[in-house]
Ligand binder design. Sequence first.
Ligand code: OSB
Ligand code: MG
Length: 375
Amino acid sequence: MRIERIDLYHVSQQLVSPFETSFGRQEERHCLLLTIYGDGLIGWGECTAAGSPGYSYETVQTAWHILSDFLIPTVMTRELKEPEELIEWLTFVRGHPLAKAALDQAAWDITSQRDGLSFSQKLNQPYAKAPRPRVKVGVSIGIQDTIKKTVSVIQQHLDLGYGRIKLKIRPGHDVELARTAKIAFPEVPIMLDANSAYRLEDAPIFQQMDDLDLLMIEQPLGYEDIYDHSQLRKLINTPLCLDESIHSVDHARYALAIGACDIINIKPSRVSGWTEARKIHDLCLEHNVPVWCGGMLETGVGRAAQLALASLPGFTLPGDISATERYYNEDIAIPNFYLNKADSTIDVPTADGLGVQVDYDRLKAATLRKKSFEK
Ligand code: OSB
Ligand code: MG
């Protein structure tokens, strides 16, 4: 497939409610969207770099630069046959996984459409089992002003049908929060996400949570650390999950080799896309390590592709993939995603490619700048 044109958009959307983590508070969400044009088809990708370098060193500005000046010009010179090839073309750029993932996603979308398959079907081709039609999901709840407020926000989400709750923590807002939440909702699977706010010396804080039967603790230590996590894991009972420090299947291999985690959060954008995400999935499946699909407050464009990833056989834990209304009043992709209340699942799209359409009026309203690249 000849790639005829690529359009790049910087968009900004108001979140339904502010999202606060140990690295900052977001009221509006910036991201990049891009489209690949070829063979009369359009493939979409989302770059989840944010307005500030809190979660990742990448931002919308760095991703714009890397995509415009390096990645897109390279992709424009190539013929796209299968999506797995694309990431190989981009190895001359070190790092910048979020920028690369947007192109990788668009390549999966457009080639799925070409093949008359949904993204999920194409991604699931190597496996004997049919893809899951619905995937288990949970909700990620940001830091609230008080513990009391957190309890009421948890209740609201349980009432909506979410069957797994993730609470963001930071130093000083951790043990008491977790204990209060577990006392209020003893039957609910609750997990914590620290976004790298602690150090190994803080192990006693996590030991105080040993009796709480938490589902897992996500990324307590450094965002580049693997070793200290392997030490912490020996000191605590709660299963340990890595997010920030896994950028590739190699990192996942290092983590498993030294026993740094029990679980991996596979965020496709953090690992430069769906091709690499599937490799991590395969490695974890081989080692019986459960995985789940993480989120970055995606628009429907990114969310459709998260659902495709979570339909792979090894995704046995609920993902951070919530209903559209948890993020945006008017998403740029239609239709919206809804939670199936009975079993806390979301349906995996079945139409060709991503299975969502972009509403161009809404996209236009949300776009801060746009650039087209043509041959
Ligand atoms: O650490 O998982 C995280 C959002 C932005 C950046 C990092 C994280 C998150 C979330 C939200 O937890 C997950 C979602 O619902 O998209
Ligand atoms: Mg996380």
